[in-house]
Design a protein around this ligand. Structure first.
Ligand SMILES: [Zn+2]
Ligand SMILES: [Zn+2]
Length: 113
């Protein structure tokens, strides 16, 4: 006697059977409730007898940490401060400087310079 799939209700044969969350599933039917990504025994997260992927598993802690605008602002600030600032490139590289010197040496001009 083969069980029925918890997702599609059709018979699950032993070769395609996933026994999880007290139910039987086709391998293809055992996917995330939210994004439909196919899951397996190793990477699924069970919640209320339903499989979720790691990203969509309804975490309890979501309600604990409120993402208020103030919290978000503080978080962004600390992230900005932790990043090393890249130095702005200087205007005029070494190439320009060198050629300017060369030109100055050639010019036979101006005792003021
Ligand atoms: Zn199925
Ligand atoms: Zn998902």
């Amino acid at each position: 006697m083969n069980p029925n799939c918890a997702r599609c209700g059709k018979i699950v044969y032993p070769t395609e059977k996933v026994n999880c969350l007290d139910k039987f599933w086709h391998k293809a039917c055992f996917h995330c409730e939210t994004c439909k990504m196919t899951l397996n025994m190793k990477n699924y997260k069970g919640y209320e007898k339903k499989p979720y992927c790691n990203a969509h598993y309804p975490k309890q802690s979501f309600t604990m940490v409120a993402d208020t605008p103030e919290n978000l602002r503080l978080k962004q600030q600390s992230e900005l401060q932790s990043q090393p600032r890249p130095k702005p490139p200087r205007p005029g590289g070494q190439g320009v400087k060198g050629s300017a010197l060369g030109r100055g040496a050639v010019l036979p001009l101006s005792p003021l310079a």
